[in-house]
Design a protein around this ligand. Structure first.
Ligand code: 0WD
Length: 254
């Protein structure tokens, strides 16, 4: 039962119960989706396993997105277990904390490459291996932020990576549309998660959103989860290559 009954969805990027990917998983499970979760490494394995186990029937697989062999093996395991895949939720990003402070002009070559690799290229690396499993059509989505379009203080190298990610969404959508696979991104307002801890002055960002956003509140991860559910469902069948804002309207005024 539910809008996603009979759909198999891969969810990447749960680190803990505050992760946006976890809120998305809740919304997908509530509509009957069967889920597979990935975890990055042994450090988070137990935590993610405990969360995954609270959703009956879900799977749990290792995948560090910087490692092609990991992604190959992930695709192989999904082919065995699910056979057909209907959805991919990509909710992964990383930059060194020293690159998220001070001036963008100081970004190192290694820091730039790492942020691009994990935060932008990983979407393409995963998509190229899992789209062949989407034999009944599919929906791919990723997470982005306003810093892709505007030079927001301290977001720096991550803003450049998100710009590449948003462009990747359009190119992937253009490529995969012929297979009835849609590719979109949610641009979320700021949410207090592990990743947000790396952003300096996060509290003042939240306060600004509360004051200025049309709906006068900050973004709740569950709001992102429900939009992700819509993107994974048949209801969004006419939408691809889009960046959808779930930010209580902040981007139109802020
Ligand atoms: O305000 C926010 N929190 C917003 C986040 C606003 C708008 C967008 N986003 C984006 C983030 O940039 C990211 O793309 O949403 C996505 C999810 O972020 P999150 O839920 O805020 O953060 P978190 O719970 O930390 O999940 C990101 C996870 C990593 O966690 P940690 O903190 O351990 O790095 O991405 C995963 C990891 O689980 N990750 C990786 N997964 C596989 N391979 C890798 C990797 N190499 N690196 C990071």
């Amino acid at each position: 039962n539910g809008l996603l009954a009979g759909k198999n969805v891969l969810v990447m990027g749960v680190a803990n119960d505050r992760s946006i990917a976890w809120a998305i998983a809740q919304s997908l499970a509530a509509q009957g989706a069967r889920l597979a979760f990935t975890y990055e490494n042994e450090r988070v394995e137990e935590r993610v396993r405990k969360l995954a186990e609270t959703i009956p029937g879900s799977q749990f697989l290792k995948c560090n997105v910087t490692d092609d062999a990991d992604i190959d093996s992930l695709a192989g395991q999904l082919k065995e277990s699910f056979g057909v895949l209907h959805g991919l939720v990509h909710s992964i990003a990383f930059a060194k904390s020293e690159e998220l402070d001070g001036m963008f002009v100081d970004t190192s070559r290694a820091g730039y490459a790492l942020a691009q690799d994990i935060s932008a290229y990983s979407l393409t690396a995963v998509a190229q291996r899992i789209y062949p499993l989407m034999t009944e059509g599919g929906s791919i989505m990723t997470m982005t932020y306003l810093g892709a379009e505007r030079a927001l203080r301290n977001y720096n190298v991550m803003g450049v990576a998100k710009a590449a990610l948003e462009a990747s969404v359009r190119y992937l959508a253009a490529d995969l549309g012929q297979y009835n696979i849609r590719v979109n991104a949610i641009s979320a307002g700021p949410i207090r998660t592990l990743a947000a801890k790396g952003i300096k002055d996060f509290n003042s960002i939240l306060r600004q959103v509360e004051e200025k956003s049309p709906l006068r509140k900050t973004t709740d991860a569950a709001e992102v989860g429900d939009t992700a559910m819509f993107l994974m469902s048949h209801l969004s069948r006419g939408i691809t290559g889009e960046i959808i804002y779930v930010d209580n309207g902040y981007n139109i005024v802020g």
